[in-house]
Design a protein around this ligand. Structure first.
Ligand code: PMP
Length: 288
């Protein structure tokens, strides 16, 4: 497997970064998870725009243009003969000393890995996921904006561990006011009386690329989409619930904390969105 690392493609065994890289020492860096479907890098431009926003938010100047990164992403897929893959694009603050100071890190590092991804087992797409609400709250945006896709994922990892301890694969994270923010690695949507509703990013959700795609798909299908504050009460009373994410794609949820949602089966609105999503991923983006 060829990995793109700081301007060149190297074998995975040679793809190494320094132990003094602040991406490793402090989680100081940003990243994107991207999908390649049938030779189409799904919404690559949107991913690169989010990467730029994340980098700007942590005052990390990207020394590469969007075109250069885009070309490197595509070339990494081509070199590995991939037509369907999960792509991990990482930018670290670079090598510094043992202190926090990012200004001592003179050169950011970039690497791109293109590989397969283990999705949720297929049966959950037809039967639906059972998720839980975990005690770990989403980090307060005043402390660290959840819109920044940074290398510091401990908040989500702690929630993911709790989900597993409760026997679930995914979990709702509430924000510090008790509103539904998102899941540990996915955005959440409810369907109520024919309308699709998701928490606003300000409630502590990442502005998911799949979330945006679902907005566009729903509008095309003539289904109203809204961003609203949601509590668990709204989830309990939803007709349908589904999650979105680059890895998860669009996946239905049929139980929360042991409570059945709607009919207990993946709903009709979810089905229409998923069908349109499966088509969109093949054309909406950048061809290799
Ligand atoms: N929320 C979090 C915390 C995430 O890490 C992700 C990405 N896996 C998402 C939502 C979904 O975003 P996207 O659709 O861009 O993958």
């Amino acid at each position: 497997m060829k990995i793109f690392l700081d301007g060149a493609w190297v074998d995975s065994a040679e793809a190494k970064i320094s132990v003094f890289d602040h991406g490793l020492l402090y989680g100081d860096g940003v990243f994107e998870g991207i999908r390649l479907y049938g030779g189409n890098v799904f919404r690559l431009d949107q991913h690169l725009e989010r990467l730029e926003y994340s980098a700007k938010a942590i005052l990390l100047e990207l020394p590469w243009s969007r075109k250069e990164i885009s070309d490197a992403v595509c070339e990494t897929c081509r070199l590995n003969n991939l037509t369907d893959a999960y792509i991990r694009l990482v930018v670290t603050r670079g090598v510094g000393d043992l202190g926090l100071s990012p200004w001592l890190c003179k050169k950011p590092s970039i690497f791109i890995i293109a590989d397969k991804i283990a999705l949720y087992p297929a049966k959950y797409y037809s039967e639906g996921l059972e998720i839980v609400t975990v005690p770990t709250r989403r980090v307060n945006p005043a402390a660290l904006s959840p819109a920044i896709k940074s290398l510091n994922y401990l908040n989500n990892i702690l929630a993911k561990i709790e989900a597993r301890q409760f026997g679930a694969l995914e979990a709702i994270m509430l924000n510090d006011q008790g509103f539904v923010a998102e899941c540990t690695g996915d955005n959440i949507f409810i369907v109520h009386k024919g309308r699709i509703i998701t928490p606003a990013a300000q409630q502590g959700a990442l502005k998911g690329i799949t979330r945006d795609a679902v907005f566009d798909i729903a509008r095309r299908l003539g289904i109203a989409v809204e961003e609203h504050d949601l509590t668990r009460y709204d989830v309990w009373n939803a007709d349908e619930v589904f999650l979105t994410g680059t890895g998860a794609e669009v996946i239905p949820v049929v139980k929360l904390d042991g409570r059945q949602i709607g009919s207990g089966k993946p709903g009709a609105v979810f089905g229409r969105v998923l069908e349109a999503f499966r088509k969109a991923v093949l054309t909406d983006g950048t061809r290799l």
